[in-house]
Write a protein that binds this ligand. Sequence first.
Ligand code: TTP
Ligand code: MG
Ligand code: MG
Length: 442
Amino acid sequence: MFAVMAAPVNDPEHGFCRDCLTPQRSRAMRCERCGSPRIVRHAELYSLHLAHIDCDAFYAAVEKRDNPALRDKPVIVGGGKRGVVSTACYIARIHGVRSAMPMFKALEACPEAIVVKPDMEKYVRVGREVRAMMLALTPLVEPISIDEAFLDLAGTEKLHGLPPALVLARFAQAVEKEIGITVSAGLSYCKFLAKIASDFRKPRGYAVIGEEEAVSFLAEQPVTMIWGVGKAFAEVLARDGIRMIGQLQKMERSDLMGRYGVMGDRLYRLSRGEDDRRVHPDHDAKSVSAETTFDTDIAKMDDLLPVLRALSEKVSARLKKAGIAGRTVVLKLKSQDFKLRTRNRQLADPTRLADRIFSTGLDLLRREADGTRYRLLGIGVSDLSDDEKADPPDLVDLQSRKRALAEGAIDTLRDKFGRKAVETGYTFGKGRNAHPPEHLDD
Ligand code: TTP
Ligand code: MG
Ligand code: MG
Protein backbone atom coordinates (compact mmCIF):
# COMPACT_ATOMS: atom_id res chain seq x y z
CA MET A 1 0.00 0.00 0.00
CA PHE A 2 1.16 3.51 -0.77
CA ALA A 3 0.87 6.26 1.76
CA VAL A 4 -1.99 8.54 0.81
CA MET A 5 -0.17 11.71 1.70
CA ALA A 6 3.58 12.11 1.90
CA ALA A 7 4.81 13.71 5.13
CA PRO A 8 6.97 16.82 4.83
CA VAL A 9 10.47 15.67 3.96
CA ASN A 10 12.17 17.79 6.56
CA ASP A 11 9.94 16.91 9.46
CA PRO A 12 12.26 17.09 12.49
CA GLU A 13 10.24 14.38 14.23
CA HIS A 14 11.05 12.04 11.35
CA GLY A 15 14.69 13.07 11.43
CA PHE A 16 17.48 11.96 9.12
CA CYS A 17 19.86 9.07 8.76
CA ARG A 18 23.39 9.63 10.05
CA ASP A 19 24.80 7.18 7.56
CA CYS A 20 23.29 8.30 4.25
CA LEU A 21 22.01 11.71 5.50
CA THR A 22 18.57 11.05 3.99
CA PRO A 23 15.71 12.93 5.68
CA GLN A 24 13.10 10.36 6.70
CA ARG A 25 9.41 10.36 5.82
CA SER A 26 8.20 8.29 8.72
CA ARG A 27 9.14 7.28 12.24
CA ALA A 28 10.38 3.86 11.17
CA MET A 29 13.24 2.37 13.20
CA ARG A 30 15.53 1.97 10.21
CA CYS A 31 16.51 4.31 7.42
CA GLU A 32 14.09 4.10 4.52
CA ARG A 33 17.00 4.34 2.11
CA CYS A 34 19.99 2.42 3.54
CA GLY A 35 18.46 0.45 6.40
CA SER A 36 20.76 1.96 9.03
CA PRO A 37 19.35 2.23 12.56
CA ARG A 38 21.29 5.45 13.15
CA ILE A 39 18.37 7.87 12.83
CA VAL A 40 18.39 11.23 14.64
CA ARG A 41 15.04 12.75 15.51
CA HIS A 42 14.18 15.73 17.62
CA ALA A 43 11.46 18.36 17.64
CA GLU A 44 14.09 21.15 17.53
CA LEU A 45 16.45 19.34 15.16
CA TYR A 46 16.36 21.98 12.45
CA SER A 47 16.41 25.07 14.64
CA LEU A 48 19.44 24.40 16.86
CA HIS A 49 22.88 25.58 15.84
CA LEU A 50 25.31 25.37 18.74
CA ALA A 51 27.53 22.33 18.47
CA HIS A 52 30.26 20.67 20.49
CA ILE A 53 32.49 18.08 18.89
CA ASP A 54 34.87 15.80 20.76
CA CYS A 55 37.05 13.02 19.32
CA ASP A 56 36.50 9.52 20.72
CA ALA A 57 39.36 8.06 22.78
CA PHE A 58 41.53 10.48 20.87
CA TYR A 59 45.14 9.32 21.38
CA ALA A 60 44.13 5.65 21.26
CA ALA A 61 42.08 6.20 18.09
CA VAL A 62 45.07 7.76 16.35
CA GLU A 63 47.26 4.83 17.38
CA LYS A 64 44.69 2.33 16.11
CA ARG A 65 44.44 4.18 12.84
CA ASP A 66 48.20 3.97 12.35
CA ASN A 67 48.50 0.34 13.38
CA PRO A 68 45.55 -1.79 12.22
CA ALA A 69 46.87 -4.73 14.26
CA LEU A 70 45.65 -2.83 17.33
CA ARG A 71 42.15 -2.30 16.01
CA ASP A 72 40.28 -5.01 17.93
CA LYS A 73 42.55 -5.02 20.97
CA PRO A 74 42.29 -3.13 24.24
CA VAL A 75 44.73 -0.25 23.87
CA ILE A 76 46.04 2.06 26.56
CA VAL A 77 48.05 5.13 25.67
CA GLY A 78 50.23 6.32 28.51
CA GLY A 79 53.16 5.48 30.66
CA GLY A 80 56.17 7.70 30.49
CA LYS A 81 57.48 9.42 33.60
CA ARG A 82 54.27 9.78 35.55
CA GLY A 83 53.16 6.24 34.83
CA VAL A 84 49.49 7.10 34.31
CA VAL A 85 46.94 6.38 31.62
CA SER A 86 46.47 9.23 29.15
CA THR A 87 43.53 7.50 27.56
CA ALA A 88 42.18 4.03 26.85
CA CYS A 89 40.20 2.81 23.86
CA TYR A 90 36.59 1.85 24.40
CA ILE A 91 37.44 -1.86 24.52
CA ALA A 92 39.84 -1.24 27.42
CA ARG A 93 37.22 0.95 29.08
CA ILE A 94 34.87 -2.04 29.29
CA HIS A 95 37.42 -3.49 31.70
CA GLY A 96 37.37 -0.34 33.77
CA VAL A 97 40.47 1.43 32.47
CA ARG A 98 40.19 5.23 32.67
CA SER A 99 42.26 8.35 31.98
CA ALA A 100 44.59 9.40 34.83
CA MET A 101 44.58 5.92 36.36
CA PRO A 102 48.02 4.67 37.51
CA MET A 103 49.31 2.30 34.83
CA PHE A 104 49.76 -0.62 37.22
CA LYS A 105 46.09 -0.37 38.24
CA ALA A 106 45.00 -0.20 34.62
CA LEU A 107 46.97 -3.33 33.83
CA GLU A 108 45.46 -5.08 36.83
CA ALA A 109 42.04 -4.29 35.41
CA CYS A 110 42.98 -5.26 31.88
CA PRO A 111 46.15 -7.41 31.77
CA GLU A 112 45.83 -8.14 28.04
CA ALA A 113 45.90 -4.44 27.15
CA ILE A 114 48.54 -3.18 24.75
CA VAL A 115 50.30 -0.11 26.08
CA VAL A 116 51.46 2.51 23.61
CA LYS A 117 53.75 5.43 24.53
CA PRO A 118 52.22 8.80 23.69
CA ASP A 119 53.39 10.57 20.54
CA MET A 120 52.28 14.11 21.31
CA GLU A 121 53.57 15.61 18.09
CA LYS A 122 51.39 13.26 16.13
CA TYR A 123 48.28 13.98 18.23
CA VAL A 124 48.80 17.72 17.88
CA ARG A 125 49.06 17.29 14.12
CA VAL A 126 45.88 15.22 13.90
CA GLY A 127 44.09 17.64 16.23
CA ARG A 128 45.00 20.46 13.86
CA GLU A 129 43.67 18.52 10.90
CA VAL A 130 40.34 18.03 12.63
CA ARG A 131 40.27 21.72 13.50
CA ALA A 132 40.99 22.72 9.92
CA MET A 133 37.97 20.69 8.86
CA MET A 134 35.87 22.49 11.47
CA LEU A 135 37.02 25.85 10.16
CA ALA A 136 35.74 24.87 6.75
CA LEU A 137 32.25 24.76 8.28
CA THR A 138 32.37 28.09 10.09
CA PRO A 139 34.97 30.58 11.32
CA LEU A 140 33.21 30.41 14.69
CA VAL A 141 35.22 27.54 16.11
CA GLU A 142 36.34 27.72 19.73
CA PRO A 143 38.85 25.01 20.59
CA ILE A 144 38.62 23.76 24.17
CA SER A 145 41.39 21.20 24.05
CA ILE A 146 43.43 19.18 21.61
CA ASP A 147 40.42 17.06 20.60
CA GLU A 148 37.35 19.22 21.04
CA ALA A 149 35.73 22.52 20.12
CA PHE A 150 32.52 24.49 20.09
CA LEU A 151 31.10 25.53 16.76
CA ASP A 152 28.40 28.08 16.16
CA LEU A 153 26.73 27.06 12.92
CA ALA A 154 24.09 29.82 12.95
CA GLY A 155 23.60 31.32 9.54
CA THR A 156 25.62 28.69 7.66
CA GLU A 157 22.62 26.96 6.08
CA LYS A 158 22.89 28.91 2.83
CA LEU A 159 26.59 28.22 2.54
CA HIS A 160 26.23 24.48 3.06
CA GLY A 161 22.78 23.95 1.60
CA LEU A 162 21.96 22.00 4.76
CA PRO A 163 20.78 22.86 8.26
CA PRO A 164 23.41 22.67 11.05
CA ALA A 165 22.11 19.29 12.27
CA LEU A 166 22.97 17.67 8.93
CA VAL A 167 26.20 19.61 8.50
CA LEU A 168 27.29 18.14 11.81
CA ALA A 169 26.47 14.56 10.80
CA ARG A 170 28.23 15.02 7.48
CA PHE A 171 31.25 16.41 9.32
CA ALA A 172 31.47 13.33 11.56
CA GLN A 173 31.42 11.14 8.46
CA ALA A 174 34.07 13.21 6.72
CA VAL A 175 36.42 12.98 9.71
CA GLU A 176 36.07 9.20 9.71
CA LYS A 177 36.80 9.02 6.03
CA GLU A 178 39.52 11.64 5.70
CA ILE A 179 41.30 11.40 9.04
CA GLY A 180 40.44 7.89 10.12
CA ILE A 181 39.19 8.51 13.65
CA THR A 182 35.67 8.99 15.05
CA VAL A 183 34.05 11.93 16.79
CA SER A 184 30.93 12.53 18.85
CA ALA A 185 28.71 15.54 18.36
CA GLY A 186 26.28 17.41 20.55
CA LEU A 187 23.74 19.90 19.26
CA SER A 188 21.88 22.38 21.42
CA TYR A 189 21.08 26.06 21.87
CA CYS A 190 23.91 26.81 24.32
CA LYS A 191 27.46 25.76 25.09
CA PHE A 192 26.69 24.10 28.40
CA LEU A 193 24.19 21.66 26.92
CA ALA A 194 26.01 21.14 23.62
CA LYS A 195 29.01 19.84 25.58
CA ILE A 196 26.86 17.58 27.71
CA ALA A 197 25.17 16.28 24.55
CA SER A 198 28.42 15.39 22.80
CA ASP A 199 29.39 13.25 25.77
CA PHE A 200 26.01 11.58 25.95
CA ARG A 201 26.28 8.78 23.41
CA LYS A 202 30.00 8.31 22.92
CA PRO A 203 31.63 6.87 20.87
CA ARG A 204 30.39 7.86 17.39
CA GLY A 205 27.62 9.65 19.21
CA TYR A 206 25.17 12.30 18.18
CA ALA A 207 22.80 13.81 20.70
CA VAL A 208 20.42 16.75 20.67
CA ILE A 209 19.19 18.70 23.69
CA GLY A 210 16.51 21.27 22.90
CA GLU A 211 15.21 24.26 24.83
CA GLU A 212 11.91 22.60 25.51
CA GLU A 213 13.39 19.69 27.46
CA ALA A 214 16.45 21.39 28.98
CA VAL A 215 15.07 21.95 32.49
CA SER A 216 13.53 18.51 32.88
CA PHE A 217 16.62 16.83 31.44
CA LEU A 218 18.91 18.73 33.80
CA ALA A 219 16.74 17.98 36.82
CA GLU A 220 17.75 14.31 36.59
CA GLN A 221 21.49 14.96 36.29
CA PRO A 222 24.11 15.09 39.07
CA VAL A 223 25.54 18.49 40.02
CA THR A 224 28.97 17.38 38.76
CA MET A 225 27.64 17.90 35.25
CA ILE A 226 27.79 21.65 35.84
CA TRP A 227 30.87 23.39 34.57
CA GLY A 228 33.11 24.33 37.46
CA VAL A 229 31.67 21.77 39.85
CA GLY A 230 34.69 19.56 40.45
CA LYS A 231 35.18 16.94 43.10
CA ALA A 232 35.88 19.40 45.90
CA PHE A 233 32.91 21.65 45.21
CA ALA A 234 30.62 18.65 44.72
CA GLU A 235 31.57 17.63 48.26
CA VAL A 236 30.68 21.08 49.57
CA LEU A 237 27.30 20.79 47.88
CA ALA A 238 26.83 17.24 49.14
CA ARG A 239 27.39 18.46 52.69
CA ASP A 240 24.47 20.82 52.11
CA GLY A 241 22.47 17.86 50.87
CA ILE A 242 22.59 18.90 47.19
CA ARG A 243 23.41 16.14 44.73
CA MET A 244 21.11 16.63 41.77
CA ILE A 245 20.66 19.62 39.50
CA GLY A 246 16.90 19.39 40.12
CA GLN A 247 17.51 20.49 43.70
CA LEU A 248 19.30 23.62 42.51
CA GLN A 249 16.35 24.42 40.26
CA LYS A 250 14.16 24.78 43.33
CA MET A 251 16.48 27.24 45.06
CA GLU A 252 16.42 31.06 44.85
CA ARG A 253 19.28 32.94 43.27
CA SER A 254 19.81 34.99 46.44
CA ASP A 255 20.02 31.83 48.52
CA LEU A 256 22.57 30.23 46.17
CA MET A 257 24.63 33.41 45.98
CA GLY A 258 24.53 33.85 49.73
CA ARG A 259 25.90 30.35 50.17
CA TYR A 260 28.36 30.02 47.31
CA GLY A 261 29.13 33.54 46.05
CA VAL A 262 29.73 33.98 42.34
CA MET A 263 29.54 30.23 41.87
CA GLY A 264 26.02 30.37 43.27
CA ASP A 265 24.96 32.58 40.42
CA ARG A 266 26.41 30.12 37.95
CA LEU A 267 24.62 27.23 39.65
CA TYR A 268 21.38 29.18 39.49
CA ARG A 269 21.65 29.90 35.78
CA LEU A 270 23.15 26.68 34.46
CA SER A 271 20.77 24.49 36.47
CA ARG A 272 17.97 26.20 34.56
CA GLY A 273 19.71 25.78 31.21
CA GLU A 274 20.51 29.49 30.97
CA ASP A 275 23.85 30.03 29.30
CA ASP A 276 24.45 32.92 26.95
CA ARG A 277 28.18 32.51 26.48
CA ARG A 278 29.09 33.01 22.87
CA VAL A 279 31.47 30.93 20.80
CA HIS A 280 34.76 32.81 20.63
CA PRO A 281 37.00 31.87 17.75
CA ASP A 282 40.53 30.68 18.38
CA HIS A 283 42.63 33.17 20.29
CA ASP A 284 45.40 30.70 20.97
CA ALA A 285 47.53 32.09 18.20
CA LYS A 286 49.72 34.83 19.58
CA SER A 287 49.97 36.57 16.25
CA VAL A 288 48.76 36.38 12.69
CA SER A 289 51.35 37.07 10.04
CA ALA A 290 52.47 36.42 6.49
CA GLU A 291 55.91 36.65 4.99
CA THR A 292 57.74 35.90 1.80
CA THR A 293 61.30 35.22 0.73
CA PHE A 294 62.34 36.90 -2.53
CA ASP A 295 63.97 35.12 -5.44
CA THR A 296 66.54 37.92 -5.60
CA ASP A 297 67.26 40.35 -2.78
CA ILE A 298 65.42 43.68 -2.84
CA ALA A 299 66.54 47.09 -1.57
CA LYS A 300 64.21 49.57 -3.26
CA MET A 301 61.10 50.88 -1.56
CA ASP A 302 59.18 50.77 -4.84
CA ASP A 303 59.79 47.04 -5.08
CA LEU A 304 59.06 46.25 -1.44
CA LEU A 305 55.83 48.18 -1.34
CA PRO A 306 53.55 45.97 -3.46
CA VAL A 307 54.76 42.91 -1.59
CA LEU A 308 53.95 44.58 1.72
CA ARG A 309 50.49 45.38 0.40
CA ALA A 310 49.80 41.82 -0.72
CA LEU A 311 51.01 40.41 2.60
CA SER A 312 48.89 42.91 4.56
CA GLU A 313 45.85 41.79 2.63
CA LYS A 314 46.60 38.19 3.38
CA VAL A 315 46.91 38.90 7.11
CA SER A 316 43.71 40.92 7.04
CA ALA A 317 41.81 38.15 5.26
CA ARG A 318 42.86 35.68 7.95
CA LEU A 319 41.87 38.01 10.77
CA LYS A 320 38.48 38.61 9.20
CA LYS A 321 37.91 34.92 8.68
CA ALA A 322 38.67 34.17 12.31
CA GLY A 323 36.73 37.18 13.62
CA ILE A 324 39.75 38.56 15.43
CA ALA A 325 41.90 41.67 15.34
CA GLY A 326 45.38 42.71 16.44
CA ARG A 327 46.59 45.85 18.15
CA THR A 328 50.31 45.70 17.42
CA VAL A 329 51.63 45.71 13.88
CA VAL A 330 54.90 43.81 13.47
CA LEU A 331 57.22 44.24 10.52
CA LYS A 332 59.87 41.61 9.87
CA LEU A 333 62.85 41.93 7.57
CA LYS A 334 65.78 39.68 6.90
CA SER A 335 68.78 41.23 5.21
CA GLN A 336 71.06 39.68 2.62
CA ASP A 337 73.43 38.61 5.40
CA PHE A 338 70.57 36.88 7.27
CA LYS A 339 70.28 39.51 9.99
CA LEU A 340 66.74 39.71 11.32
CA ARG A 341 65.05 43.06 12.00
CA THR A 342 61.65 43.25 13.62
CA ARG A 343 59.91 46.55 14.21
CA ASN A 344 56.55 47.02 15.83
CA ARG A 345 54.04 49.70 16.59
CA GLN A 346 51.02 49.66 18.83
CA LEU A 347 47.80 51.17 17.48
CA ALA A 348 45.15 52.99 19.46
CA ASP A 349 42.63 50.21 18.70
CA PRO A 350 42.89 46.69 17.38
CA THR A 351 42.58 46.41 13.62
CA ARG A 352 41.66 43.83 11.05
CA LEU A 353 41.88 46.11 8.04
CA ALA A 354 44.51 45.53 5.37
CA ASP A 355 44.78 49.27 4.90
CA ARG A 356 45.72 50.01 8.50
CA ILE A 357 48.11 47.09 8.68
CA PHE A 358 49.70 48.20 5.44
CA SER A 359 50.02 51.89 6.25
CA THR A 360 51.51 51.17 9.68
CA GLY A 361 53.86 48.63 8.15
CA LEU A 362 54.80 51.14 5.49
CA ASP A 363 55.80 53.73 8.10
CA LEU A 364 58.01 51.15 9.77
CA LEU A 365 59.43 49.98 6.46
CA ARG A 366 60.39 53.49 5.29
CA ARG A 367 62.88 53.77 8.16
CA GLU A 368 64.48 50.50 7.17
CA ALA A 369 64.78 51.27 3.46
CA ASP A 370 68.33 52.51 3.89
CA GLY A 371 69.89 50.72 0.96
CA THR A 372 70.08 47.38 2.75
CA ARG A 373 69.23 44.48 0.47
CA TYR A 374 66.49 42.31 1.94
CA ARG A 375 65.81 38.67 1.29
CA LEU A 376 62.66 38.38 3.34
CA LEU A 377 59.73 40.64 4.20
CA GLY A 378 56.92 39.84 6.61
CA ILE A 379 54.06 41.70 8.24
CA GLY A 380 51.70 40.64 10.99
CA VAL A 381 49.71 41.68 14.02
CA SER A 382 49.93 40.55 17.63
CA ASP A 383 47.98 41.51 20.78
CA LEU A 384 45.05 39.60 19.39
CA SER A 385 41.50 40.13 20.57
CA ASP A 386 37.91 39.78 19.47
CA ASP A 387 37.08 41.97 16.50
CA GLU A 388 34.22 43.62 18.39
CA LYS A 389 36.28 46.66 19.35
CA ALA A 390 38.33 46.72 16.16
CA ASP A 391 38.53 49.72 13.85
CA PRO A 392 36.00 52.03 15.50
CA PRO A 393 34.54 54.63 13.17
CA ASP A 394 37.07 57.43 13.28
CA LEU A 395 35.31 60.77 13.05
CA VAL A 396 38.50 62.77 13.02
CA ASP A 397 40.17 60.85 10.27
CA LEU A 398 37.50 60.79 7.61
CA GLN A 399 40.03 59.54 5.15
CA SER A 400 40.61 56.34 7.09
CA ARG A 401 36.87 55.85 7.54
CA LYS A 402 36.46 56.04 3.78
CA ARG A 403 39.22 53.56 3.24
CA ALA A 404 37.66 51.15 5.72
CA LEU A 405 34.36 51.35 3.86
CA ALA A 406 36.10 50.83 0.53
CA GLU A 407 37.86 47.81 1.99
CA GLY A 408 34.54 46.32 3.05
CA ALA A 409 33.35 46.69 -0.53
CA ILE A 410 36.52 45.11 -1.91
CA ASP A 411 36.13 42.16 0.48
CA THR A 412 32.59 41.61 -0.73
CA LEU A 413 33.70 41.61 -4.34
CA ARG A 414 36.56 39.26 -3.61
CA ASP A 415 34.27 36.89 -1.79
CA LYS A 416 32.13 36.84 -4.87
CA PHE A 417 34.68 36.80 -7.64
CA GLY A 418 37.97 35.74 -6.08
CA ARG A 419 41.07 37.59 -4.92
CA LYS A 420 42.44 38.37 -8.36
CA ALA A 421 39.24 40.15 -9.39
CA VAL A 422 40.07 43.25 -7.41
CA GLU A 423 43.53 44.75 -7.47
CA THR A 424 44.34 47.77 -5.39
CA GLY A 425 46.60 50.55 -6.57
CA TYR A 426 49.52 49.06 -4.71
CA THR A 427 49.39 45.51 -5.96
CA PHE A 428 48.67 46.58 -9.52
CA GLY A 429 51.47 47.50 -11.88
CA LYS A 430 54.06 49.16 -9.66
CA GLY A 431 57.70 48.30 -9.27
CA ARG A 432 59.51 45.11 -10.06
CA ASN A 433 57.29 42.83 -8.01
CA ALA A 434 54.18 44.33 -9.53
CA HIS A 435 52.58 40.95 -9.28
CA PRO A 436 53.67 39.63 -5.94
CA PRO A 437 54.72 36.01 -5.81
CA GLU A 438 51.74 33.66 -6.15
CA HIS A 439 52.94 31.67 -3.21
CA LEU A 440 53.45 33.68 -0.05
CA ASP A 441 55.17 31.63 2.61
CA ASP A 442 53.72 31.54 6.07
P1 TTP B 1 39.24 13.45 26.28
O1 TTP B 1 38.47 14.01 25.15
O2 TTP B 1 38.82 13.82 27.67
O3 TTP B 1 39.17 11.86 26.26
P2 TTP B 1 39.29 10.89 25.01
O4 TTP B 1 39.21 11.60 23.73
O5 TTP B 1 40.47 10.02 25.18
O6 TTP B 1 37.99 9.98 25.20
P3 TTP B 1 36.48 10.42 25.00
O7 TTP B 1 36.44 11.84 24.62
O8 TTP B 1 35.95 9.51 23.93
O9 TTP B 1 35.83 10.17 26.32
O10 TTP B 1 40.76 13.81 26.14
C1 TTP B 1 41.41 13.92 24.91
C2 TTP B 1 42.83 13.41 25.03
O11 TTP B 1 43.53 14.11 26.03
C3 TTP B 1 42.90 11.95 25.39
O12 TTP B 1 42.82 11.10 24.25
C4 TTP B 1 44.24 11.87 26.07
C5 TTP B 1 44.43 13.22 26.72
N1 TTP B 1 44.14 13.13 28.16
C6 TTP B 1 45.20 12.91 29.04
O13 TTP B 1 46.36 12.83 28.62
N2 TTP B 1 44.93 12.78 30.37
C7 TTP B 1 43.67 12.86 30.89
O14 TTP B 1 43.46 12.73 32.09
C8 TTP B 1 42.58 13.10 29.97
C9 TTP B 1 41.16 13.18 30.47
C10 TTP B 1 42.86 13.23 28.63
MG1 MG C 1 37.76 13.04 23.44
MG1 MG D 1 38.08 16.10 24.86
